[in-house]
Design a protein around this ligand. Sequence first.
Ligand code: ZN
Length: 336
Amino acid sequence: MPDSLPFIPAELSAQTGFAVNPLDRLSSRRDDADFIAALKADPSSRFVVIGRDRPVLKRLASGYDPLFTRAEAEEIGQGRECALLGVRGDTVYFAQLLDDSVVSIVDVADEGGLIDTRQFVIPDRDDLFVHDLRPMAIEGALPPDLYGLLSQAKSRLHWHRRHRYCSNCGEMSDFAGAGWRRECKACKGLHFPRTDPVVIMLAVHDGDCLLGRQPRFNKGMYSALAGFLEPGETIEDAVRREIWEESAIRIGRVAYMASQPWPFPASLMIGCIGEALNRDIVVDRTELEDCRWFSHADVVRMFERNHPDGYLAPHHLAIAHHLLRAWRDGEAPGFE
Ligand SMILES: [Zn+2]
């Protein structure tokens, strides 16, 4: 973000995966086509390249590099939309979408799993690696401050790739505002990239915390319950409804804790804590494999990876990890 806007590393939100993205997004200059074209032509500008929703990386002798010059990005293959991300220091960043034809899928297996195991390749370019952002972040393959940049690029270009036609009249829409908008000449409709809110929350009761697991989770891992916020709901209402639907626990008071951009494909995770009014759980087996109360001592052992029953805390990439850690450390909002 601009130098004049503070970045607060101690904020719980700032500690979540994909949150560090301190770009000046140049909102006042997005419609200045000459200005944007000059930035794009500047040899110091860098391009993140996305093919079929996955970042393209250069293979280095040790590790990977997701930043390309414009010439390098163009050399990869047919490009589609190129969106301005923003400026940081002296460098301007863009996100370049490749035409789907540039990237081949060579293996399809287990698409329903947490980790997408399909392998994407760019033929005759062994120097490039097309990698799913989630395992890339779990593996920590890149410097931490690049994940926010890739997250923004992935979510924005995911939207462009699927919204080339006007959702009002069906005509082809135009890329506009350096990628922050699409416009329809036929009906004059304006369309903006989506961010889909998801509530994710800890229910707490008498010193215990409610966690659940989905069948696709790693063995032993329990996490905070979550679900999409629906039209017409407040965040608090969505927290109460989701916990009720998945566990039959009724929630009274709700407090906000933190948020996280989640680029799968374009969500904002809104982390909350809620005061449970009952303890008798009825697990919604269509959503969850299990759901149970954990004591504070349980949660301490889950983080230390020495729980006698093998229970584990969520990965630190996920906001649930940070919500649970804050609760463990007595830093979550209370209701007394
Ligand atoms: Zn239209």
